[in-house]
Design a protein around this ligand. Structure first.
Ligand code: CA
Length: 229
């Protein structure tokens, strides 16, 4: 079990490293937010202990970036005593748990065990499946499952491929040609209107029932997946 510790207070970081190593985990500590995110991307971890107040990048920003990669890795936030906002923001962004400093090491260890147990039950290992995620839409390329928030969305194979292509190109405006080539393939000889038809099918399932639309029309150009108006 590999645990990444992102904590700028050297004393706390060293204590965590010692205790976790003693418990049989492989623990690595970094002291800066940017290094923390780089280490997350570079190596394979089972859990991250993430301080909120960090130089470089804040813990909340690191968490946002981690989740926007589609990773479900368990993250436990280390927060200061009075920072209710950080806790709320952290949990909203998908932190699994938080612990307030100063903490009892036994309590932290118990929470780490609980988070790891839950993550294994859910089979959330990042290597298990290929998730694409944008905003609250999640798509698994291996199992071909799609979720918006907690809702399971049933899509036809073509709708699925179209959504996957949009997710891979999120925030980039795509014209009909690009969508046709990406989803239907270069040898498709049918009507280009098929793109508009399938975008409509997809909107009915992914956007219509929800308050925030993600698929936007760019007049005269094409479509873009984005989460702002
Ligand atoms: Ca700190």
């Amino acid at each position: 079990m590999r645990i990444l510790i992102v904590e700028d207070e050297e004393k706390i970081a060293r204590l965590l490293e010692l205790e976790l190593t003693y418990e049989g985990y492989e623990a690595v500590k970094v002291h800066d937010g940017l290094d923390g995110f780089t280490m997350f991307q570079k190596e394979k971890w089972d859990l991250i202990l993430l301080d909120v107040m960090l130089p470089g990048l804040s813990g909340i920003e690191i968490l946002r970036r981690i989740r926007s990669t589609g990773s479900n890795i368990p993250v436990i936030l280390l927060t200061a005593k009075d920072s209710v906002e950080d806790k709320v923001a952290g949990l909203d962004l998908g932190a699994n748990d938080y612990i307030t400093k100063p903490f009892q090491i036994e309590e932290l260890l118990a929470r780490i065990r609980a988070a790891l147990r839950l993550s294994h039950q859910q089979g959330d290992s990042d290597t298990d499946s290929n998730w694409l995620q944008f905003s609250d839409v999640k798509l698994c390329e291996d199992t071909r499952e799609v979720f918006r928030g907690k809702d399971f969305i049933e899509l036809t194979p073509r709708e699925f491929d179209l959504l996957a292509f949009l997710l891979k190109n999120a925030r980039h405006v795509l014209n009909r040609e690009q969508l046709l080539n990406g989803v239907w393939g270069y040898d498709y000889l049918g009507d280009t209107n098929v793109v508009d038809v399938y975008i409509r099918y997809l909107r009915n399932k992914i956007d219509k029932p929800y308050s925030q639309s993600l698929i936007h029309t760019v007049r005269g150009v094409g479509y873009v997946l984005k989460d702002e108006q």
